[in-house]
Design a protein around this ligand. Sequence first.
Ligand code: BGC
Length: 730
Amino acid sequence: MATDTHVPEPKRHEAMPSTRADANADVRARDIEQQMTDDERFSLVISILGHVPGGFAGPRDPRIPEDLENMSAGYTPGVPRLGVPPIQSSDASAGVTNPGYRPDDKGATAFPSLIALGSSFNPKLVRDGGVAIAREARIRGFNVQLAGGCNLARDPRNGRNFEYYSEDPWLSAVLAAAQVNGIQSQGVVSTLKHYTLNCNETNRHWLDAIIDPDAHRESDLLTFQIAIERSEPGAIMSGYNKINGEYTSGNHHLLNEVLKGAWGYKGWVMSDWGATPSWEFALNGLDQESGVQGDRVMWGKEPFTDDLREAYARGMLPRERLSDMVRRILRSLFAVGADKWGPAPKVDIAKHHEIALEGARQGIVLLKNEGALPLPKDKPLKIAVIGGFAQQGVISGTGSGAVAPVGGFAGVVKIGGAGIMGKHRNLFLYPPSPLEELKKQLPQAQLDFDPGYTPAEAALTAKRSDVVVAFGIRVEGEGFDMPDLSLPWGQDAVIDAVASANPNTIVVLETGNPVSMPWRDKVKAIVQAWYPGQAGAQAIAEVLAGTVNPSGRLPITFPVSLEQTPRPELPGLGTSWGSAVTIEYNEGTEVGYRWFALKSERPLYAFGHGLSYTTFDYDDLQLEGGETITASFTVKNTGKRKGADVPQLYLTEAAGDERMRLLGFERVELEPGESRRVTLAADPRLIARFDGKGGKWNIADGTHSVAVGKSAIDLTLTGSTRLLGRQFGV
Ligand code: BGC
């Protein structure tokens, strides 16, 4: 039995900076920009969407050179005489996408969705994925990867939560920074997106997100702030939405005052595609208009071409501002080394698959287990595998972030819908199938597949089996919020019917959000697999068969019903595409588990929850106060098999003010009987309140209480310590 009592250094400022390719990036950017003509400057401040035959961008844009080999989300010409490379950008966070641009591209590694990686609570794993994505981007000529989705999951209906890590600022920031660092270490610029509060998809181009500015600083903005500090992303992509009445892409306060002013951000701000209605956004801090054809579709013009030039000619756009826009772009390209690419890196596609597999394994969350799992490998069980296209593959989220996997999809079902994202809304299936993978893991078992076509038919198969593994899937994606928490296509009824026919039912969910699970009391086990990427089927089968001990923890609260959430009704839902929508995020900084704590609501499954095939105990909490809270405690694997745990440190009260804040976490792998001392030091901003009037963070003087727990509601160790009242900036 190994007992490690070594106390590691506190984790507070454990930033992992990108490899800085050029420490003189600022000086070089200034020097090169000075040598440019105005035409060259203007050519850099737009990006042009690649051409897809039949796509909404229309015919091939004449500004894209005939001999350009690879096209994707964005192209900006370079300035060869000054050593400035063309900018070629590609989506996104789960791998290099190919939305019809490159007919001979044989596919990229489809990594798990970010919410699955959020469940891993493992920055190292996320960083490794970032490195792999960047290498696959590089061999295709992409020097900007539109990754780093880190909006907070405020609403379980948000169609894009699968492209974000979590509902918590610290977890999201640490993981987003890890991915950016991985990507940028390979000479590829990464974005963080979508700045900010782009937390619903309903009529996103016309969505006004209302929030108290101080609460915003403590939540979504703090996420970006910490992620920026830890990774220095070359670019920030603004959102489609407005905040408190101003579009984020042209929001003077958020771009000029907060991002570039208070935080001193040095990279460039690009708009989301089709999110620039006016040239004046340049005055308010936007440096580049992206996907200009999108703006033509949305607003009837490309504001950063003719309008911006005209404003410049009339003296309305100062020369200094134009230079600043260009310098910021150059600076990021140079800082990351995107201008100094040597030969293309070697891409070890098998190794990338392993990273995707590890991500899927660590991202799977075992929500419930009444002794049904793991399935015994040595018994000739009759297993009914029901529904979810489990005979074909696992599903992915839909929209610009969907990756075409190596070897192609196992199937694509067109779903459709309103608005410009309607024709991109598909059910994508990644091979191999969970059915095949279960056969490999359980060679003694006899597997019987039923498509879950009708409840009655599925129940017949369930009845004649020893065990039922029922799959529940839901395609979520860009441009669409889900109206409720149910599974589509009558799957809740199918699961209910099979569980009634056979109580030995295990449910595997492939969704991007919490679902309501009306059948949950009837089933023995529930496995949340999210959109697990191209290795997902193997990971699911390994967890079911016990080859892998599940270790994922929920990065988002599962409510019993929408009534428990801040917005039982989602404003704008049901209005036609193009309607103006206002959503008041009145929960402010009390997002997710914080809201549930504040309202004393008990969730279905709490943030941080996740079961294992072993057990863990926490002991001996030591706290240090002063300027921040530092906690150390011992984690022990008290079960019979090796496993990984994610102990979480929460603030529960700040000098009389009850509030929940995740202050730290660490994923620890332990052999049976092994224990480890974990030390976590809180970023003081997680304990403080932001006061916009003074522009300062305030820590209240007095006793602060914390708890160490297995989830936000399973708090096993508690203690308190004294903090000195103080104010600090940034
Ligand atoms: C999405 C962005 C994406 C961009 C480029 C937009 O629709 O919101 O996340 O990076 O398209 O494809």
